[in-house]
Design a protein around this ligand. Structure first.
Ligand code: UDP
Length: 245
């Protein structure tokens, strides 16, 4: 992949890339790229928010790579004739990047989540990818005035990749503010992925995943997510209106 093709769905940018493209981009950028590339996930919920939140929209526009994290994004691109590509779930990209890092000798830094979740995620990654160099970690409940100091620590750790799990849009804010000062080559916003790695939140069973029904599984397990899931319906409606309206 040279420069990924950036498309706009309902005015929100996203890159027409698959998992293999994304990993190839990451590999090349860590080896020979300039500056810290930022990888941000776009899903229907975030897209709906960005339509009414100018600062989130400009954070998205400023990201190096916008991965199509949700099946809704993949579907919308197809319906609107903007391209055919597979999903790149952020929660799958992160372990894939760790596998890449373990193979190539790159080191990683884990920033975010509750202290015990952060520690458990570090442990789980170490078990899953023997040889992975974990340069450092920091839980996600730091005081505001400690954040500049954190950037210094990340830089001193020599990490090549930084994973940021603060939830959205806090992690996008953090990346926009601090990625330019990072010496790491790659920074990915990973949402609740440390909770998944730590075994605190289970991903959907394979059947749900293969039917693209992960959203339904999450809704059944956490009915309080209904507000977030309604954004999905609003998104689908707007896409159909854009197509047929
Ligand atoms: N989090 C954090 N600091 C905060 C708020 C949240 O580290 O000040 C963490 C939280 O513990 C969880 C993650 O951010 O691990 C957010 O997960 P969520 O599933 O809500 O992510 P999203 O769905 O927004 O991607």
């Amino acid at each position: 992949m040279t420069t990924p093709r950036r498309i706009e769905i309902l005015g929100v940018p996203v890159d027409a890339v698959g998992m293999a493209d994304t990993l190839a981009f990451a590999d090349r950028h860590v080896a020979e790229g300039e500056g810290c590339a930022t990888i941000v996930a776009v899903n229907p919920e975030k897209a709906m928010r960005a339509r009414h939140d100018g600062s989130l929209l400009s954070l998205l526009r400023g990201a190096t790579l916008l991965i199509p994290d949700g099946i809704g994004i993949v579907w919308a691109a197809r319906v609107l004739g903007l391209g055919r590509f597979g999903r790149v779930p952020g929660s799958e990209l992160m372990p894939n990047l760790c596998a890449l890092a373990a193979g190539k000798g790159y080191s990683v830094f884990l920033y975010g989540a509750r202290p015990e979740v952060n520690a458990a995620a570090v442990e789980a990654l170490g078990r899953r990818f023997p040889g992975l160099r974990i340069a450092g970690c920091q839980h996600g409940y730091l005081a505001e005035d400690a954040k500049p100091e954190l950037v210094r620590r990340i830089n001193e750790s020599g990490a090549d990749m930084v994973f940021v799990a603060l939830g959205s849009p806090a992690q996008e804010d953090w990346m926009a503010q601090y990625a330019p000062a990072l010496q790491a080559k790659l920074c990915q916003g990973v949402g609740g992925t440390f909770d998944v790695l730590a075994g605190r939140v289970r991903r959907a069973p394979k059947l749900f995943l293969s039917l693209n029904l992960e959203w339904l599984y999450r809704l059944l397990r956490e009915p309080s997510r209904i507000g977030r899931q309604l954004a999905l319906l609003g998104f689908a409606w707007k896409v159909l209106l854009a197509k047929f309206g």
